[in-house]
Design a protein around this ligand. Structure first.
Ligand code: PEP
Ligand code: MG
Length: 757
């Protein structure tokens, strides 16, 4: 056996290169490959098995009986070869026959051989065949020999793909880790069900060329890619813009460590020395790491493995020039999108008609990507573990967020159960649809106001479909998020006018741009790039007031769009009353300017503020006389009340909206608003959940602005509720809160016949 892995692989690769370049038929090429490997490794036997129609067929051999070629077949999981393919694992045995999975095939005449080594041939993370060697003598194979075999297997995967020998029918059932169906669970982020094929947001790169023409050129390519990747990681570290805020400090530190890891660079270089292309070398090293890590049962290491996998993919994308996300490549069929995390703008790039669901490794309930998905009507399951291990690109997935699960490659029984639940869901939706024209009145006769949250032009249609009372929160920044550049005033005005036209005489509350935090705009540098706490940083009204031009353009667009009608305008993240005054003054100045120039202003302007910063509640006596309405943004309010980042997946379940902290806080706001004649609404995600909405109503809140899909369930709850009785009960609960407020409220709802969906 040659002395080093590189030398051994290089010798084989040089000869394989000639075979690949030749114009012979695929079968002749495979015959040549087994010959080359057998000679290079001094082995009596070298065989190639390929997956055909889900079965592994002996395609070429040196050493076994030639009569067995195309005759010997093994099911996935059957015998040593079947095991290697099914598990995508290497086997290295000094005595093959004593392995419990050994299956003797008499036609091959293999009973003469003792030692056995086999490696999977992998294409797009699946086994498409097996390469095996056998020896008369009893011995374990050295690491360098196994690595040489794996390198050959990589080249073989290119050869058989080019020869059209990939088993399209069979690979659908063959998985990296297992061939079986699986059920993964996660956290319910956006309710709903959807089925489609798995697409990774960052697609894995398919390696087209494995054998290098010019090793020096490949080395230069990989160096350049490393430089670029390190630059990117350094920039990410500086700008702290890695995905959505969350565990990113730790993640970035690990990324940096891996990006500069000399061992990794060295191993890739060695693989290039052996004759692989830059892409194949990166992948080869990645396969080896993957295999080693799989043997270590440590969740922390598994997490780090994801980071290295991510980085390795990044390097592959750079080196191969395939930089796009799946959105840029376009969705071709019903899709369930998979990502570690996504920004809201990234999600909006996808074709809504084909996007049937999203699965995230991270994610949290009030992160903006979740809110955008909710607005798009796309179900999202978050915090799903083992995604990459369990799901391969193209797998059929059935996502049921209501149950908090996803079926991967579903069995017939799973499909039936999914369809059954889908039918029940549709029935329930039909029941809600029947409530469309029924007003949200409690059993004791209180007419509440149920409005929808919107932000995209298409959302407005939900007003009629759901029978809502208006739009209680129009997130104007969504238009900014979907645009590649800052939307001009005319474009803004057009959107606002269309929304007002569609709403007719129902009110629309336009919230001025709430940019910053996790809603970063690539084309608008938001202040200091090094903000450590963007959610508490230069965002929303703080940013808008300083970017006077931006705010003025939006004010003009809103005023012109609402000509002759009532304009409801609301400012986000007001922290001090003077901020509200300044924003209002800016609008008033624009109104004056318009009037002077003979332009028609709105018939009336109603001003409002969002209560999201808890400190503002201490100045309600000063603020309330100046405005017409106040809307509580419970998403931000909660993160500030509990000092818990709304986008941090680790904190996603930690604090409950039904905590006495939040309920008592809101209870204190209700009275002063009523006394000041100021309309009080809640427009955070909290109000869209029937039990939470019930609690809000019990506190005396009469207006809710919620996600459109929640109108039906919340209306059904309202119509089954006696508000008077609840108010008395809730007051008592808040005076002496039980440990489990959620449990207590649920029990009360059940005992009092309140419909909670
Ligand atoms: C909120 O914070 O509750 C809110 C409605 O605003 P956003 O979610 O857009 O920050
Ligand atoms: Mg907010």
């Amino acid at each position: 056996m040659p002395v080093s892995a590189a030398a051994s692989a290089r010798e084989i690769l040089t000869r394989l290169h000639d075979v690949m370049a030749g114009r012979t038929a695929p079968q002749a090429k495979l015959n040549a490959v087994v010959g080359i490997v057998a000679e290079a490794m001094n082995s009596e036997v070298c065989s190639i098995y390929l997956l055909r129609e889900g079965v592994l067929e002996l395609y070429a051999t040196r050493g076994l009986d030639q009569a067995a070629v195309h005759v010997t077949k093994l099911a996935l999981g059957e015998g040593l070869v079947g095991m290697i393919a099914a598990e995508v694992e290497v086997l290295n045995l000094d005595e093959a026959a004593s392995h419990p999975d050994f299956a003797y095939k008499p036609e091959t005449g293999e009973d003469r051989y003792h030692s056995f080594a086999g490696v999977p041939i992998i294409r797009r993370e699946r086994s498409v065949g097996v390469l095996a060697v056998q020896h008369f003598e009893t011995r374990k194979y050295a690491d360098v020999e196994i690595e040489a075999l794996q390198t050959v297997a990589m080249v073989l995967s290119e050869l058989i793909a080019n020869a059209g020998l990939i088993d399209v029918a069979g690979t659908g059932n063959n998985r990296v880790q297992s061939t079986a169906s699986a059920r993964l669970s996660g956290q319910k982020l956006v309710d709903g069900m959807g089925a489609g094929f798995a697409v990774f947001h960052q697609p894995r790169i398919t390696i087209e060329h494995t054998v290098a023409e010019d090793t020096d050129a490949e080395r230069r390519r990989v160096y350049a890619a490393f430089d670029k990747m390190r630059e990117q990681i350094d920039r990410i570290t500086r700008e702290a813009e890695f995905g959505v805020a969350g565990e990113h400090d730790e993640v970035i530190a690990t990324y940096k460590m891996f990006a500069y890891d000399e061992g990794w660079t060295r191993r890739i270089n060695e693989a290039i020395d052996s004759g692989l292309t830059a892409e194949a070398a990166i992948e080869r090293v990645q396969q080896r790491t993957r295999q080693r890590m799989r043997q270590i049962d440590d969740p922390l290491l598994a997490d780090r493995m994801h980071d290295l996998e991510d980085l390795s993919n990044r390097l592959l994308r750079i080196v191969s020039g395939q930089m796009g996300t799946a959105a840029q490549l376009g969705l071709r069929q019903d899709t369930i999108l998979i990502a570690r995390n996504l920004g809201p703008a990234e999600l909006l790039e996808y074709d809504k008609r084909r996007l049937k669901g999203v699965i995230l490794e991270e994610g949290s309930l009030t992160a903006h990507v979740t809110i955008v998905a909710r607005a798009m009507g796309v179900p999202v399951l978050g915090r799903v573990r083992d995604i990459r291990r369990e799901i391969a690109e193209g797998d059929l997935l059935m996502l049921d967020v209501t149950e908090g699960t996803v079926f991967v490659r579903p069995s017939t029984a799973m499909e039936e159960s999914f369809e059954g639940r889908l039918a029940v869901r549709q029935k329930r939706r039909a029941a809600y649809a029947a409530l469309r024209d029924v007003p949200p009145v409690t059993k004791d006769g209180h007419r509440l106001t149920l409005m929808i949250n919107a932000g995209l032009r298409d959302d407005v249609a939900a007003l009629d479909i759901m029978g809502a009372d208006g739009i209680g929160l129009f997130r104007t920044e969504f238009q900014f998020l979907v645009s590649a550049t800052l939307p001009q005033r005319e474009r803004q005005q057009r959107l606002y006018k269309e929304v007002l036209d569609a709403a007719g005489d129902r009110p629309v509350v336009f919230r001025t741009v709430d940019i910053g935090g996790d809603k970063a705009l690539p084309y608008l540098k938001e202040g200091d790039a090094d903000e450590e706490n963007p959610a508490m940083g230069w965002r929303a009204l703080r940013l808008a007031l300083e970017r006077g031009g931006l705010m003025k353009a939006q004010a003009r667009a809103l005023l012109e769009a609402a000509a002759g009608r009532t304009l409801n305008v609301m400012f986000p993240m007001v922290s001090e009353p003077w901020e509200f005054d300044t924003a209002k003054a800016l609008f008033e100045a624009q109104r004056e300017w318009m009037t002077k120039r003979g332009k028609r202003p709105p018939a009336a302007i109603r001003y409002g503020a969002m209560l999201e910063v808890p400190g503002l509640a201490e100045q309600l006596d000063i603020l309330l006389p100046r405005l017409q309405f106040l809307s509580v943004g419970t998403n931000d309010l909660t993160q500030f009340l509990f000092a818990a980042d709304r986008a941090n997946p680790k904190l996603a379940d930690r604090y409950d909206w039904l905590s006495p902290t939040i309920l008592r806080f809101l209870a204190r706001v209700v009275g002063p608003c009523r006394d000041a004649g100021v309309d009080l609404a809640v427009c955070g995600e909290m109000g869209g959940r029937p039990l939470e909405a019930m609690a809000l109503i019990g506190l005396g809140i009469e207006r809710l602005s919620i996600t459109p899909a929640a109108i039906g369930p919340v209306k059904a709850m309202v119509r089954s509720l006696d508000r008077g009785t609840l108010s008395i009960h809730l007051k008592a609960l808040l005076a002496d809160p039980p440990r489990d407020m959620r449990g207590a409220l649920t029990a009360w709802a059940i005992a009092n016949g309140v419909e909670l969906a």
